[in-house]
Write a protein that binds this ligand. Structure first.
Ligand code: UN1
Length: 496
């Protein structure tokens, strides 16, 4: 049964103000069945949501932080009870295999408990003054109304990465879920309301990125935008935020490498690569899309990889043995295949996969098999550009130095991975790889909620999600200076 998604504005579920709004229908990418629909919202709906969030801000800001944390804890408790239902819906709404969908919801639960606990942490510093009878300290305060724009690939986890810290710090929120996963956005919003988030503190508007996202970015009462998605869109948002001096936290593309040295445990590296390249059908910003292998083990590893990739099952996410579920939509499927054609034209060798699956159980969905290219060089587009699909480029490296140079030869810098049994080399690689996350003897995916998450170069803009660092993104510092000496004390003058 297909469910209608509505906007949540000031605690009320409502259809867009425009009665003639266009309808968007979302089908299961694995079998074409209708899952959800909504009417496309407009700028006036965003304005109403921002007004509600602005009005709700003072009371929420003044609610004690541990109390706000307790409400987030209650969200985690509710999500825990609904884990299976939400995971089943996720598999239908965006295609990821059921085990991964459960993991996505689990990540959201973990984030709830983690952020709730952060609610009792002391954030400020007591700073010794150079002058007598003077006290100085810092505290963190909320920014105001935050606009949160999230992707479809982690449709429950990523909204929690942004919403929970934003709310914990006393901000209010207007949330725009990805169009493809708006019903999951609604399920998330329902949890917040049930847990006791007051009306207007959290609002949701569904619609297109170009209309709703833009309206949020341009709205003068939005003080901060947090965005996860493509580098192209993210940089566009940053450009629009700059003249408004609006804070923007960006989590964008990746071209994440796994480096495999000649002394690596190849069996371990193989399973890590299969999981981080083909899990979520390669649709993670942390997915591995380049494997850089030392020439001494290159041919052996390539053979293992191709054999392993061919064995992975592609099917509807609800089947427990599907390793790769459907690709999110037809546009994405075409884009993935377009890159495969580019790779062939550029002279890379297609080892396996390389064409959409269209027969039998795959006939009604958007399926692409695990694809491996060998003989890839740093000049090729399949080496440089984010594909966001199950396409892996294998590159031969002459030495450690060559491997690191190849790994760093990218505009992106989210996640890197290094396999070797040499502890000294592992430490050296962790310094020399250019990325926000660096995994040693593990694949490029699977960050935990308590670790700072984000990328260097064109992947990010210095903010971090996850870990205590996310608190910094969603708050500002105030330094309080209290002089109780009863006289004017001139800093740097009277104490010298
Ligand atoms: C993403 O792909 O946008 O580290 C996020 C991971 C997951 C999150 C991925 N915990 O792979």
């Amino acid at each position: 049964m297909s469910e209608q998604v509505k906007n949540l504005i000031n605690g009320k579920w409502q259809a867009p103000a425009d009665k003639k709004a266009r309808k968007y229908v979302r089908n299961d990418p694995g079998n074409g069945e209708e899952v959800s629909w909504y009417l496309m919202s407009g700028v006036e709906d965003v304005n109403a949501a921002v007004a509600a969030a602005k009005a709700a801000f003072p009371a929420w800001r003044d609610t004690p932080q541990p109390k706000r944390g307790e409400i987030i804890y209650a969200c985690a408790e509710i999500a825990k009870k609904r884990k299976e239902d939400i995971a089943q819906l996720m598999t239908r709404e965006m295609g990821k295999p059921i085990a991964e969908a459960r993991g996505d919801v689990q990540e959201a639960i973990d984030m709830g408990y983690y952020i709730a606990a952060e609610g009792r942490r002391a954030w400020g510093h007591q700073i010794p003054s150079e002058l007598p009878n003077k006290r100085m300290y810092t505290m963190r305060q909320p920014l105001g109304v935050c606009g949160l724009i999230t992707p479809w690939n982690f449709p429950v986890a990523i909204p929690t990465w942004k919403t929970y810290p934003a709310l914990l710090m006393g901000n209010t929120v207007v949330f725009k879920p990805a169009g493809e996963t708006s019903l999951l956005g609604q399920k998330f919003a329902e949890i917040l309301i049930e847990a006791g988030v007051p009306a207007g503190v959290f609002n949701m508007v569904v619609g297109s990125g170009s209309v709703i996202g833009d309206a949020l970015v341009n709205h003068p009462d939005i003080r901060m935008i947090s965005f996860t998605g493509s580098t192209e869109t993210g940089l566009g948002i940053a450009a629009k935020c700059a003249p408004q001096n609006k804070r923007v936290s960006l989590e964008m593309g990746g071209k994440n490498p796994v480096v495999i040295m000649d002394d690596a445990d190849l069996e371990l590296a193989l399973h890590a690569v299969l999981w981080c390249a083909y899990g979520t059908t390669g649709q993670r910003c942390t997915a591995c899309s380049r494997v850089i292998v030392h020439e001494k083990v290159h041919d052996k590893f390539l053979k293992m990889l191709v054999e392993g990739a061919k064995k992975l099952k592609v099917g509807h996410g609800s089947k427990p043995d599907s390793f790769l579920g459907a690709v999110v939509n037809e546009k994405q499927l075409k884009s993935i295949h377009g890159y495969v054609e580019i790779g062939i034209k550029e002279g890379a060798k297609l080892e396996c996969g390389g064409a959409p699956l269209t027969k039998g159980e795959h006939a009604k969905g958007h399926f692409y098999p695990p694809t491996v290219f060998s003989g890839v060089t740093s000049k090729m587009r399949i080496f440089k550009e984010e594909i966001f699909g199950p396409v892996l480029a294998v590159i031969k490296a002459k030495s450690y130095e060559d491997a690191i140079a190849l790994a760093n030869d990218t505009e992106y810098g989210l996640s890197t991975s290094f396999f070797s049994r040499d502890v000294n080399l592992c430490h050296r690689a962790s310094l020399e790889l250019e990325s926000g996350l660096c995994y040693i003897n593990a694949g490029t995916t699977g960050a935990e909620v308590s670790t700072p998450f984000g990328g260097w170069k064109n992947t990010g803009n210095g903010h971090r999600e996850g870990g205590p660092t996310v608190i910094e993104a969603f708050s500002d510092i105030k330094t309080v200076i209290c002089d109780y000496s009863g006289k004017v004390q001139r800093a740097q003058i009277d104490n010298n």
